[in-house]
Design a protein around this ligand. Sequence first.
Ligand code: NAP
Length: 243
Amino acid sequence: MGQLDGKVAVVTGGSSGIGLAIATRFVREGARVFLTGRREAELARAAAALGDSVIAVPGDVTREADLTRLHTALEGAGSPVDVLVANAGGSRPAGLADLTRDGFDLTTDLNFKATFFTVQRVLPLFADGGSIVLLGSAAGSAGSTRFGVYAATKAAVRSMARSMALELAGRGIRVNTLSPGPIATPSLARAPAEVIEEATARVPLGRPGRPEEVAAAALFLASPESSYITGIELFVDGGARQV
Ligand code: NAP
């Protein structure tokens, strides 16, 4: 018997990396999973590989019309949503001297604003007693010379999760932040080599994490195994911010 048997889950940014690993694990645990992502072919490939329990809903979480499409698809499914993983996010390196206004807006829109509005849009369809997991980052707990605004958006996500946890506690809905350290995903692979080396050098366990290791923590937060846990930040960072 799976830990998410009969549950409906939504994973944004589910076509690659951490989101795909979470969707894969959730399907294995018995959930029906709605997956989003902008690149339709990539999303369709991921959904096809995962089988009949996955419904692909192409879309960009920063666009209101696309969140409406997700809402409509979920409504059409006819069952309440039990789990939302707001995972879509990302960053490009730029510091104080060279981050443009457009780059600033892209980073905050994707990681902060879209996370808020994804939750707001799914909430009317959410089951009482469900679980919301927001992807933060270990970067949100430290300074950074090249990812300062990204780090600030993730600190904002962590803060916002506290308020959402308070607002939704009356419905038994738990809201937690899942904060990875460096994880071997396509987005990390795109980072400059020195960024990867620097990030890994700070990890006591001495290696980047695997997406499956983040997925295991997401499953814990999504499932009744964490029924008395809300408002926390769970780090999956090999100890980088802990020791
Ligand atoms: P990834 O491999 O680049 O995957 C990102 C996923 O999100 C893709 O499916 C991508 O598909 C989708 N996506 C990106 N922008 C989107 C948008 N505007 N609307 C909808 N979907 C979008 O990234 P990842 O490394 O797995 O990161 C996942 C999350 O973990 C992010 O929130 C990231 O900040 C966080 N995180 C990652 C690390 C790490 O080291 N990897 C560390 C800490 C935190 P499309 O491009 O097709 O849309």
